[in-house]
Design a protein around this ligand. Sequence first.
Ligand code: NAD
Length: 353
Amino acid sequence: MILITGGAGFIGGNFVLDWLAQHNEPILNLDKLTYAGNLETLAAVQDDPRHIFVQGDIGDAQLVSRLLAEHQPRAILNFAAESHVDRSIHGPEDFIQTNIVGTFHLLECARAYYNGLQGQAKEAFRFLHVSTDEVYGTLAPDAPAFTEQHRYEPNSPYSASKAASDHLVRAYHHTYGLPVLTTNCSNNYGPYHFPEKLIPLMIVNALAGKPLPVYGDGMQVRDWLYVKDHCSAIRRVLEAGQLGETYNVGGWNEKPNIDIVHTICRLLDQLRPRADGRSYAEQITHVTDRPGHDRRYAIDAHKIERELGWKPVETFDTGIAKTVQWYLDHPQWVANVQSGAYREWVSKQYTQE
Ligand code: NAD
């Protein structure tokens, strides 16, 4: 049994689905079901006895301790977070509560649980913390990509809160000997992505005939990784990562945002042409840039490739084609997110604590 937190979110949800497709080992999934938690993503495993869902907060130490004692997981994988930069600018408090205070409580529970383990169970235990490349701050256009040695320079309340959580995880290893692993990944994209984030927002708005809002000049560069490749990296780090180490995870796909939007428009022009025969690119509008918007992130993923033999399977071209096709094939999932109907899945199933 492994315990994952945030398993009803975008990456955690994909992780649960992939894990259960590849392993027999059960998953205990603890998620608070904020606006970003969507149980409809997990519909395919709703009756799977290997998946136990619990609605709850990583900061609820009593609940987490009880779950650990009852289920005796061999690992905790912490995906749970407030994850949207724009929301962190408008209201940072939830980011501090979940990403910093919540991770602290989770670490405290993990420490007590780990101290009570013995022999093989203790040897095998892992605490894997899922983090972001945004903790490193922004890069000059010609600067080398972020390695694990790059100093932390977070610029948004989101990245600052993730940076704080990474430091706590590191400190629990050095101070208390907790067997931790940390991954810092670049921007993910793929199925089940909440349509407030760039790629799904553009697809969904394009199809709805709405403007495609691009921040500033659209020349902010990000490295993009298909979510299933991120999931395989996390599985690999869990399996073979060196305790106390951090691993950068990226797709070697640096792209300016505006190029991403044009690629999506081109794919949609082919797959679902507009009724008037014109390009979706005509819907692009430039809007005022986000305050403190980092210009460039780029990940150097040599360490995980060299030491753990991990490589992404998808190129950006194959991954984005799959993603656009997925959104075309799942209009109901999108409609339920937009109408808020996805929230009804909570009452349809699963344990609530
Ligand atoms: P998401 O916002 O889609 O999902 C987060 C999930 O965590 C949701 O299901 C939410 O309900 C849950 N959650 C929030 N607060 C909680 C709490 N206090 N207790 C329990 N559950 C809670 O996020 P995501 O994009 O899937 O990101 C997952 C993790 O990966 C985050 O830690 C994020 O920082 C990291 N990350 C994301 C990206 C990316 O591009 N999306 C890239 C690198 C790293």
